[in-house]
Design a protein around this ligand. Structure first.
Ligand code: NDP
Length: 453
């Protein structure tokens, strides 16, 4: 398997992918290792995980450089991701024992209590766009709860996946409790066929549905963190139109738009539409695109080369139907998967750009008359991950946000995740939740004890 640098299209490394036999052998070892890990007290498991967090911070520069090398993420954003992901460890340190300890429900002649047992050996099939964030959400929480983990990184973040394994083992996770499974979709398929105790997937809707269908008969927990077509509505009462445009552009183009909760479509009320659009375009034109190892680069290459054709085809489809290209719109000649940040106006919901996930540096901005029209358009999607409103008026923003069937809503912010609250998608954006206390309990199963002397 070739690991390719998306900024240069050169091969960084070649690795041998897993075979069906190696997958089976590793899973057998994990089953043994899990039984011993489960017997380790929660507090001791937590110490090991916290030690992993320290090792990551101690190796931050090297890890960030590796992330940039294999995904093309600009180095400053790679550093931000690794630092930001550490908040999961802080969350676990504060909350694990509280949410995993036994709970006494009834005292008396019959004492009733609940104990939380790990699921067993789980699969963590992960995405490449934020491997620290989305990886930690699953494998750290699973480990601390006493599970063993089959970690299948995306083929586009394999080297980072191998580093996770190296540092977890160095931190004290026993060898047969965490294993990285190298390879592309077919290795994921071997995991689906194996006898595992839970499937935790981050990726696209299409693969998510496939996985849920394939493992349905096992009747084990399945969690899916999937894509989105996340809307942002800018009301005409925003305190500062220019600042709103700057924040909206960052929500759309941070990590090259390759975030599950990136702003994917923008609606702006007509009184401020022209001012907003011109400030937005000025901001986007100012982004520095180029070498992702440079600290001042904001736009690097897109990670997967095939995404370029998807983005350009969404643009062409919109232009044919009357949209206007305001900036960007082409692949940069030469090596690397570089595509200029692209902004279209005059868009509508007959265009693929406003309905299909783009997952890249392109955005459509649509003019709306009022909150009712914005609400109707924001809800016109198969997805339900996040939605945002920028406004000075909290009640007015809330009246829109509370009606939308999404897992997360933002008022005067966007494109953010916090370990304090659950991360979940509705409709085609997923099933189940990570983070929050729900994300701690996601990796255990309750056992009820009825005890009489
Ligand atoms: P994919 O669905 O293409 O892949 C996700 C993972 O599934 C990868 O590890 C992939 O392996 C693996 N996989 C592919 N085919 C199979 C199969 N048949 N059986 C088992 N595993 C398989 O998604 P992307 O990696 O392209 O990620 C982008 C998507 O993820 C976007 O839709 C994005 O919105 C979503 N996402 C959602 C998040 C959320 O929290 N809601 C967070 C981050 C991303 P390989 O890559 O090696 O082929």
């Amino acid at each position: 398997m070739k690991i390719i640098n998306p900024a240069t299209n050169t091969v960084i490394k070649e690795l041998a992918p897993e075979t069906k036999e190696s997958v089976t052998n590793k899973i057998n070892l994990l089953k043994e290792g899990q039984r011993e890990w489960q017997a380790v007290p929660v507090a001791d498991r937590l110490k090991v995980i916290l030690r992993f967090g320290e090792l990551v911070q101690a190796n931050l520069e090297e890890l960030a450089a590796l992330l940039t090398l294999e995904t093309g993420k600009p180095i400053q954003q790679a550093i931000n991701e690794i630092r930001g992901a550490h908040s999961r460890l802080v969350h676990l340190e504060k909350n694990t024992e509280k949410w995993l300890s036994p709970e006494v429900m009834t005292e008396g002649a019959t004492r009733e209590h609940i104990e939380y047992e790990p699921l067993g050996v789980i699969a963590n099939i992960s995405a490449w766009n934020f491997p620290y964030n989305v990886g930690y959400n699953v494998f750290l929480y699973a480990l601390v709860a006493g599970n063993a983990v089959c970690y299948k990184p995306s083929e586009f973040a394999t080297l980072t996946g191998l580093k996770f394994e190296e540092l977890l083992l160095e931190a004290g996770v026993p060898e047969n409790v965490f294993s990285t499974f190298i390879g592309a979709g077919e290795v994921g398929q071997y995991l689906l066929e194996a006898d595992l105790d839970g499937y935790f997937f981050t990726g696209s809707y299409a693969t998510g549905v496939y996985i849920a269908t394939q493992v349905a008969a096992k009747l084990v927990p399945v969690q899916l963190e999937l894509g989105g077509k996340d809307p942002l509505y800018v009301m005409d009462d925003v305190a500062d139109v220019k600042q709103a445009a700057i924040n909206a552009a960052e929500g759309a183009f941070y990590n090259n738009g390759q975030s599950c909760c990136a702003v994917e479509r923008i609606y702006v009320q007509e009184a401020i539409y022209d001012a907003f659009v011109s400030a937005f375009i000025e901001e986007v034109k100012g982004y520095k695109m180029g070498d992702p190892t440079s600290l001042d680069t904001f736009i690097g290459p897109v990670t997967r080369p095939q995404q370029i054709d998807l983005i350009l085809s969404q643009m062409e489809d919109a232009l044919i139907s009357g949209a206007e290209l305001r900036t960007g719109g082409y692949k940069v000649e030469g090596a690397g998967n570089f595509i200029t940040p692209t902004v279209l106006t005059g868009v509508n919901h007959q265009m693929r750009l406003m309905k299909e996930e783009s997952f890249g540096p392109i955005i459509g901005i649509q003019r709306v008359k009022n909150d009712a029209e914005a609400l109707q358009l924001m809800g016109d999607t198969e997805y339900g991950l996040t939605a945002a409103v920028f406004s000075r008026d909290k009640d007015r923003a809330r009246a829109v946000l509370e009606k939308l069937p999404v897992g997360t809503v933002y008022w005067n912010c966007c494109d953010r995740v916090s370990p304090a609250v659950p991360w979940s998608g509705r409709k085609h954006s997923g099933l189940g939740a990570t983070l929050g206390y729900q994300g701690i309990r996601a990796f255990v199963q309750p056992k009820s004890y009825h005890l009489r002397d």
